[in-house]
Design a protein around this ligand. Structure first.
Ligand code: AVJ
Length: 330
């Protein structure tokens, strides 16, 4: 079947090896549930349903990061683009790419837009988004990569000065050591003309933070429990999500929100694909996510340790969220 010119502009590849983003699930579940306290990596939230629930979270009145970052992007996009003269945009954790459109629009206005490289674990969402963008930005080359940002990214398409972005505060899912490891990889990727734009959620009033992860409509709770459904489906497990309570709180010492699933009663769960039975005592929890919150100083230090230099710091007027632009130190 002959493919039109437009179709040939869209390409999807896998960089997390054979099997896709859920390939490591068995190993991660086995390891994570053997730990005390038990934990699971947050990247497994994002099957098709999880990605959908996260989109709903972004619209919640309590969840300020998305709309705050979007407003910041609207403010600074043109200036960043004219400063970098970037024709390629590479995005880690691209999700729905909704906020990304602000940057793509700015690049198009500057007549620079050529290539977009979204990288995400959610393959369905990545495909949908790639094709939708192909429609909306005629001539744009989209090279989607299915994978997680934990690994070094190699073989990315080359192309003009590049803007690499990691938005949403998703870096907060990483421990400080992991975050520096990730940023070192970014620093290594950056050519002299490339720039890196990082979104970070900021330290603030505990009530505001905790409400953002304990919404009244219960969407975050459903998102949290969805990880158990992912494990049930992929590993033939028998978790009953109703036997776990959603818990999210701010851990001041670690400067992070923690999400947990707490067993409502003592019980056992078998996970057939890994021949494992996991026991829970009443009140025992699985930590499913950390979401680190930063000060400007913390961001700057982290960037510096990774070989990056902050060249522009942007906050909203309520100091809820920040976007920082940096370059590689050489
Ligand atoms: C996608 C990691 C930025 O930590 O705020 C939202 C995920 N978890 N509500 C965040 C999330 C619960 C989100 N990130």
């Amino acid at each position: 079947m002959p493919s039109s010119k437009r179709e040939s502009q869209i390409e999807i590849s896998h960089h997390s090896g054979v099997g896709g983003p859920f390939a490591g699930l068995a190993e991660d579940v086995r390891k994570g549930l053997a730990k005390t306290p038990k934990e699971l990596p947050p990247k497994y939230f994002y099957d098709a349903r999880g990605a959908e629930l996260f989109e709903e979270i972004c619209e919640l009145p309590e969840y300020y990061p998305t709309r705050t970052e979007r407003a910041l992007l609207v403010q600074i996009a043109d200036e960043i683009v004219s400063r970098c003269q970037c024709s390629a945009l590479v995005e880690f954790g691209s999700g729905s790419s909704r906020k990304t459109r602000i940057l793509l629009d700015a690049m198009a206005r500057a007549a620079l837009l050529d290539l977009y490289v979204p990288i995400d674990v959610s393959e369905d969402q990545l495909r949908q988004t790639a094709y939708a963008l192909g429609e909306d930005y005629p001539g744009l080359r989209v090279h989607g990569v299915v994978g997680d940002f934990g690994q070094p990214v190699e073989g990315l398409p080359e192309g003009g000065p590049r803007l690499i972005v990691f938005l949403g505060g998703t870096i907060g899912n990483l421990t400080p050591d992991e975050a520096i490891g990730f940023l070192r990889n970014v620093a290594r990727m950056l050519g002299p003309e490339d720039r890196f734009l990082l979104g970070t959620d900021l330290v603030k009033d505990v009530v505001v933070l905790e409400q953002a992860y304990n919404d009244a409509a219960g969407v975050t709770a459903a998102f949290n429990r969805n990880i158990l459904l992912v494990i049930n489906r992929h590993l033939n497990a028998h978790f009953d999500p109703n036997r776990f309570e959603h818990l999210a709180f701010y851990n001041r010492d670690e400067s992070r929100i923690e999400m947990h699933l707490v067993a409502r009663e003592s019980h056992q769960v078998s996970i057939d694909a890994v021949s494992l039975t996991v026991g829970f005592v009443k009140g025992e929890s699985i930590r499913t996510e950390i979401s680190c919150k930063y000060t400007r100083e913390m961001v700057e230090t982290m960037l510096e340790e990774a070989g990056l230099r902050l060249i522009r710091w942007n906050m909203d007027e309520n100091r809820l969220f920040a976007l920082s632009l940096s370059e590689a130190v050489r």
